[in-house]
Design a binder for this molecule. Structure first.
Ligand code: NAD
Length: 362
């Protein structure tokens, strides 16, 4: 499919390409929707096999951001950007980040950048030297690393999932398998360990495996077998597309609830396989909204109390979606998309002043 055909099929408003010869930057910004407000979404630095892969990734990530913001009750749209690296683990430079900042600035706030895979607070602050439309830095821009907030939100989604299965909302003795203990996965492990969960984790990064031992007793397994570990909750917290047609029927968990964006490779098909296997799937864009809530909330001027409440609200929002799915015989993924689209339709009828005043609530 051409880029235009993909945009038309998924309803994207804008996709822009940019190259900067001096820094070598090659980047794409995709704005999926600004119906509810400006689009906030992270910048991913990744070495894609082909340009088509980068376009595909930015299109689906930006669409996910629209649903994430809407489901979280934020008056924000959905957008995302990717930087195409010339080789894996290509080191970031100030020149690259500042060129990206200038690109982001051309959107005049319709797109607001932040962290994603491969981008840290330093990179964000370098971008912020060129634009005000960046969140998540520590010196030039504000917000800091959103990962601890994303982790809190995912744990709240795990609570909602346990409750939906009629189980005690208590992690004591609950076995959680975490794929990827990077920024978010580590924080999820830390919270769950404090709450008495039994943890099995895997990561391809040795340093992150070493770091996880600092939280206490954790079982390490190899990256190949983490997804099929027998457990209560499987938490994919690495990259997207990890549950697909090949492994969806081989999972040995009761719940899938993680931080990764686009956990299901083909959400429409894989969500049916997962549901038919008797596994509860917590839609990723509902579960992992904590970081967006933090950064978008600060951007919108919310108080700490309001921000924390919105992260707590992930649990009842997820329960509402899962109950709707059960009542109507839908997959959780379909019910979450329906929930988000209803919010967008509702919010789209309001003026931006009404939306900012909180008329669009979770
Ligand atoms: P990160 O890069 O800090 O961590 C990812 C970890 O996964 C790394 O430690 C990496 O080594 C590991 N990994 C990669 N491939 C693996 C494999 N095959 N098996 C096991 N481990 C593997 O990224 P992060 O910020 O923790 O984000 C994790 C996921 O959550 C990403 O998909 C991201 O898009 C999503 N997400 C993050 C946030 C956030 O606030 N950081 C918010 C929403 C969604």
């Amino acid at each position: 499919m051409t880029t235009f055909e993909q945009m038309i099929e998924h309803g994207h408003e804008r996709v822009c390409f940019h190259q900067d010869p001096e820094s070598g930057l090659r980047a794409i910004v995709a704005i999926h929707s600004t119906v509810l407000g400006n689009a906030l979404g992270g910048t991913r630095r990744w070495c894609y096999a082909t340009e088509a892969d980068a376009v595909h990734d930015v299109l689906r990530l930006s669409e996910g951001m629209t649903y994430k913001a809407a489901a979280a009750g934020l008056p924000m749209g959905g957008g995302k950007s990717v930087i195409m690296l010339p080789k894996p683990r290509h080191q970031p430079t100030e020149a690259e980040a500042r060129a990206m900042g200038r690109f982001v600035d051309t959107f005049n706030g319709a797109y607001i950048a932040a962290e994603d895979v491969g981008v840290n607070t330093q990179f964000v602050d370098w971008m912020a030297m060129e634009t005000n439309h960046v969140m998540g830095g520590e010196t030039v821009s504000v917000g800091g690393d959103p990962s601890p907030y994303t982790a809190r939100g995912v744990v709240n989604a795990m609570r909602g999932s346990l409750s939906q299965l009629g189980r005690p909302v208590d992690f004591s003795g609950v076995h959680v398998a975490i794929q990827g203990v990077g920024s978010v996965g580590y924080n999820i492990a830390r919270i769950l360990h404090e709450e008495g969960a039994t943890l099995t984790v895997a990561d391809i990064n040795e340093d992150n495996i070493k770091r996880i031992h600092s939280i206490g007793d954790v079982t390490i397994t190899d990256p190949e077998s983490i997804l099929t570990t027998s457990c209560d909750i499987l938490a994919p917290c690495a990259l997207g597309g990890v549950i697909d047609g090949k492994n969806a029927s081989k999972l040995r968990c009761k719940i899938v609830c993680g931080a990764a964006n686009n956990i299901l490779d083909d959400p429409d098909e894989d969500s049916v396989v997962v549901k038919n296997a008797g596994i509860l799937y917590a839609p990723d864009f509902v579960a992992n909204a904590g970081g967006l809530i933090r950064l978008a909330g600060l951007y919108l001027g919310m108080s700490e109390g309001e921000l924390n409440q919105k992260i707590e609200d992930i649990e009842p929002t997820l329960r509402q979606i899962l109950a709707d799915a059960e009542q109507h015989g839908m997959t959780a993924h379909a019910a979450a998309i329906k929930f988000a689209r209803e919010k967008i339709e509702e919010g789209g009828k309001k003026s931006s002043v009404e939306r900012m005043a909180g008329g669009q609530s979770a």
